[in-house]
Design a protein around this ligand. Structure first.
Ligand code: NCD
Length: 300
């Protein structure tokens, strides 16, 4: 039985296989429409979500399976004081696979010890978000036709942004990847992410300093819900706003990504730029999650 708690739970070869399956699903959706017949996915979201939860649910439905779950802690027995462990033991009796998002770092890892059905980490606090990373890898692969030899700028809240942490871990396993970390001093990438991944990087506060060198620019939202005081959030929330002017010096084939939701960090005027990939990225998310569900359920 396999879980996906951390992106490194999947080898580079397995990720390559998932990308191949996702591409095949995109080309031949009918072939997959009954693969998960009689299977149930439970989506347990203790934190808000639009794309992650709905793409998981759409993925399971397109594989012919069913979905149960809840979309906020308030509507589950958590609000009566039930522990995560007891909730998971319960849901494991009703489902074949569980996708779980929780504000506490490590909650999905704990959950995986309480049930025999596979657990997928759909985001744990400011820590990791491996299925967003699979989405990002499929996006990069489809847009750039490679996962090596890339200069990747990550901009915004690199401290609390879990998608950034998982993406760095994943990309550190490919050849000749250079990172440019663009953030205010207070939102710099945590040391543990840099140390664990053994990466080639530079840090700057200035989004324009290296923009002409980037193949990928990954923008992120300042993670309001992780701040201890509102004053700091208000001071930092609009630190970066990517607009047409800032993109003038960027490469013609730059790929602009964002896990979404966007607040102000990308001006809507950029949406029409052919380099804007963030809505394509949303679409890729469903296909890679279909491939992942098949893998973890051991369906060929
Ligand atoms: C991200 C998340 O939840 O970490 N959203 C997502 O899953 N696509 C990014 C964010 O909330 O800023």
């Amino acid at each position: 039985m396999r879980n996906l708690i951390d992106i490194k739970d999947l080898s580079v070869t397995e990720i390559e296989e998932l990308i191949k399956v996702a591409e095949d699903i995109m080309q031949n959706p009918d072939k997959y429409s009954e693969k998960c017949k009689h299977k149930k996915l439970a989506t347990l979201f203790f934190e808000p979500s639009t794309r992650t939860r709905l793409s998981f649910e759409a993925a399971m439905m397109e594989l012919g399976g069913n979905v149960i779950g809840f979309s906020s802690a308030d509507s589950s027995s958590t609000s009566k004081g039930e522990s995560v462990s007891d909730t998971i033991r319960t849901v494991g009796c009703y489902s074949d696979i569980i996708a779980m998002r929780h504000p506490k770092e490590g909650a999905p890892l704990v959950a995986s010890t309480k049930t025999t059905v596979p657990i997928i980490n759909a985001g744990d606090g400011g820590h990791n978000h491996p299925t967003q990373t699979l989405t990002d890898l499929l996006t990069i692969y489809c847009e750039k036709k490679r996962l090596n030899n890339l200069t990747i700028g990550l901009c915004g809240d690199l401290k609390f942004g879990r998608t950034v942490h998982s993406l760095i871990t994943a990309m550190s396993r490919y050849e000749n990847i250079k990172f440019v970390f663009i953030s205010p001093e207070e939102l710099k990438i945590p040391t543990y992410v840099k140390v664990n991944s053994n990466i080639d990087y530079i840090e700057t506060k200035d989004i324009e300093e290296y923009i002409d060198k980037l193949d990928i620019l990954y923008m992120t939202r300042v993670q309001k819900e992780r701040f201890f005081n509102e004053e700091d959030y208000l001071r930092l929330k609009d630190y970066y706003i990517l607009d047409k002017e800032k993109l003038e010096k960027a490469k013609k084939d730059l790929c602009i990504m964002h896990p979404l939701p966007r607040v102000n960090e990308i001006s809507t005027e950029v949406d029409d730029d052919p380099r804007a990939c963030y809505f394509k990225q949303v679409a890729y998310g469903k296909y890679i999650r279909m491939a992942l569900l098949l893998k973890l359920l051991d369906i060929k």
